[in-house]
Design a protein around this ligand. Structure first.
Ligand code: DGJ
Length: 721
């Protein structure tokens, strides 16, 4: 193997003399490719920014190992990014570099590398989008076939990334319903570690389509970290293979299992983008990069502050009725709330949605539950000076529904087999590959918005995985396209909604946090982080989600005590202090508050309004991880101009006589002085501020006393000079 490397490196050195070099750079990272007409396109380097490729060559870092887009055929031993079968049965590919093109844009440049099979009429374009202001590179591929019949795509990854030798630690997010986004970390041994998701509908409910890879350790503030996330909402596969020479080969894309794709003449197959970043300053910097990029480019209205909302689910469940809903609206308005969202249970004319057994698809108000219709609720919100939002689950139906009675052929199902049903024993998934179904789903939103233009917010849920694999719409020879066509159909619907209703706020929910994914987030303003609203559990889940997703998108709600998922009794202050580190909301009956609790909640909401720009638009610094088993956890946000910061500290477990850790803050301006004030205090008393320099806070830190169970503190820091 060693000899092979020497030969390859020599070859590289020789080839680099003749081949054209392409250095693609973001503010702090560079990617180096070389290509020679009708030869191979090679990817040599991804790492710290260089001004000139000579640093890469002279240091030996230009690790020629494989092509920029490895194919199965000539090289057959390693995992390929692409594999096909041509109509004559030929299973091999030989893609040769033709030319490169750089299309300059306002925020990013797009590089296109054109490749062509040496013999067959197949063209592959490899794309790299290089952002000017963030260390983010998007990598994807497009295929065009101009021959007879079709070429069968058998492997169609978005990206291949070779990483330099090292001991790699992989961190990824895993979870299940009510315990999503748990951080898991492992040292990779030789061989392959594959992250795969085959839910078909929601691709973050188990493993997320993202990964962080630390080279020689994985730390928050130091060390080389390579990270990536697949911007796709469906099944995916991320393959990390550590070879004999300790190099890591990452191949990421749509999962190809049962998804062979027949590409015909005139059609272009475009893979989703693999969005990647590199930092030599640890995971923290990577997360901040992804957050800033998301707010600017990958989240609807990413730079607009979010309203404080009350969702009716845990307060009412299916027991939706005029009296209770109006009471909720008024109580929430009295607290200073800004938007009310009516969750499940409001619809179904023929079959009223009284449980999860019926009515999905029948998106008309249930006359028995809301005899005065939705307008009465919207008017009631208007009177209370808050906005109105509503829940739908438009990709689904129930066997007990008018929709299913009229269109049984619209569900994903197989001929000649009994249906496997989902939630409530009757749920089925609509076949989004079918344009009629796409029209119907678009129509659900369009009708609601036409009838009630004052709807400001839609919570879009999805509570079933794709079962009964089979489409009544796709032809027999294209049944294997369903996993892909489902998500293409979904994207088409979302694009139509966004084109017609650009100001509508939308939340991506999928049995809780099942759709936290940049494949879907560009169409949504935020996600529902989890159905588990227990504040302690949320500290772990929100920490996990924060690895890639910004606080502005993270729905975090205060719910009842006892908590409905864990039965825990957690004080209201702690519940607010945790929810205030994301997009604050509530998920309970405010009428159940005692007068003191009501007063506290009103204060917390007003306090959140003061710190909202810092939390929602600031840079996140994670100080003490809940996963570090130190009994406490702490994080802070700092405004980009470093004028303000907010520090959150939580006691996770109360131990007698603990040693209080000194918190060394981050992200402040070292020469400036900051006034630090504890806010959201349990006794509602204003605290006098103390002034400390940023440098001292970051080097020596401050001691925070947490001395009882479920103690928590929030500090607001403001620059004084
Ligand atoms: C699952 C969601 O995660 C919940 O928040 C709620 O909307 C229910 N569905 C309603 O059925």
């Amino acid at each position: 193997m060693k000899n092979l490397f020497i030969i390859l490196t020599l070859l590289l050195f020789t080839s680099s003399v003749y081949a054209e070099e392409f250095l693609l750079s973001t503010p702090r990272t560079s990617l180096l490719l070389t290509g020679e007409k009708d030869g191979q396109l090679y990817l040599h380097y991804f790492g710290r920014r260089v001004l000139d490729p000579s640093d890469i060559w002279n240091s030996g870092n230009g690790m020629l190992y494989r092509e920029a887009y490895p194919q199965f055929g000539l090289d057959c031993t390693l995992e390929p990014a692409m594999a096909v079968m041509y109509p004559d049965g030929n299973l091999s590919l030989d893609l040769r570099f033709q030319k490169a093109e750089n299309i300059k844009g306002n925020h990013s440049d797009e590089w296109k590398f054109y490749l062509k099979d040496a013999v067959y009429p197949l063209e592959v374009t490899l794309h790299y989008r290089i952002y000017h202001d963030e260390d983010i590179i998007e990598n994807w591929a497009g295929y065009q076939y101009s021959g007879k019949g079709f070429v069968e795509l058998r492997q169609f990854a978005s990206a291949y990334m070779p990483l330099p030798p090292g001991q790699y630690t992989m961190q990824h997010l895993h979870g299940s319903w009510a315990s999503e986004h748990q951080m898991e970390e492992e040292i990779l041994t030789h061989g392959s570690k594959i992250l795969v998701n085959r839910d078909g509908v929601r691709n973050a409910l188990t493993d997320h389509p993202s990964v962080m890879l630390g080279r020689n350790g994985l730390e928050e503030n130091t060390g080389d970290v390579y990270a990536g996330i697949l911007a796709w909402s469906g099944n995916y596969k991320i393959n990390c293979t550590l070879d004999n020479s300790h190099r890591l080969h990452l191949i990421a894309g749509i999962d190809n299992f049962q998804s062979e794709y027949k590409l015909s003449k005139g059609e272009t197959f475009v893979t989703p983008a693999w969005v990647m970043s590199y930092s030599n300053k640890g995971k923290g910097e990577i997360s901040r990069t992804f957050h800033r990029w998301a707010r600017k480019y990958a989240l609807a209205h990413g730079e607009q502050k979010r309203d404080i909302l009350l969702n009716s689910w845990e307060g009412l469940y299916f027991n939706v009725n005029m009296k209770d809903v109006c009471r909720m609206i008024n109580d929430f308005s009295g607290l200073g709330g800004e938007i009310f969202v009516l969750d499940d249970g409001w619809f179904g004319k023929k079959y009223s949605r009284d449980s999860d057994r019926s009515s999905l698809g029948d998106w008309e108000v249930s006359p028995g539950k809301l005899p005065d219709g939705l307008q009465a609720l919207i008017d009631s919100c208007k009177c209370a000076s808050i906005r109105f939002g509503i829940w739908i689950e438009p990709e689904m139906t129930n066997t007990i529904s008018e929709l299913y009675e009229q269109h049984p052929d619209w569900v994903i199902s197989q001929p000649n087999r009994p249906l496997k049903k989902g939630r409530g024993g009757n749920q089925l998934v609509l076949d989004l590959s079918n344009p009629k179904v796409q029209d119907f789903i678009f129509g659900v939103v369009d009708k609601l918005m036409t009838q009630y233009p004052e709807i400001a917010y839609i919570k879009w849920d999805a509570n079933m995985s794709l079962a009964n694999y089979g489409s009544n719409y796709l032809p027999a020879n294209k049944q294997s396209h369903l996993y892909i066509e489902y998500h293409r159909g979904l994207r088409k619907v979302l694009q139509r909604i966004r084109a017609k209703y650009p100001d509508l706020l939308m939340q991506a929910c999928a049995s809780g946090g099942g759709r936290i994914s940049y494949g879907i987030l560009p169409y949504f303003d935020e996600f529902w982080t989890s159905d588990d609203t227990d504040a302690i559990e949320r500290i772990y889940m929100q920490w996990g989600a924060s690895q890639f997703y910004p606080a502005i998108a993270m729905g975090s709600h205060v719910s009842a005590a006892r908590n409905h998922q864990t039965n825990k009794l957690i004080p209201l202050k702690f519940r607010f202090d945790v929810a205030m580190s994301g997009r604050l909301g509530m998920e309970m009956q405010p009428k159940d508050f005692t007068p003191d609790e009501y007063k506290f909640a009103a204060q917390a909401i007003s306090t959140y309004k003061q710190i909202r720009p810092v939390v929602q638009l600031g840079d996140l610094y994670r100080l003490i991880s809940p996963y570090a088993q130190k009994n406490i956890s702490s994080l802070m946000y700092v405004t980009p101009d470093k004028e303000e910061a907010v520090l959150f500290v939580y006691q996770l477990k109360h131990r007698f006589n603990p040693s209080f850790p000194i918190l060394t803050l981050q992200g402040l301006s070292p020469d400036a002085s900051y006034e630090i004030c504890e806010i959201n205090t349990a006794d509602l008393k204003e605290q006098a501020g103390k002034t400390i320099t940023g440098g001292f806070l970051m080097d020596q830190g401050i001691e925070v006393w947490l001395d009882k169970e479920y103690d928590s503190k929030i500090y607001h820091l403001k620059k004084t000079k």
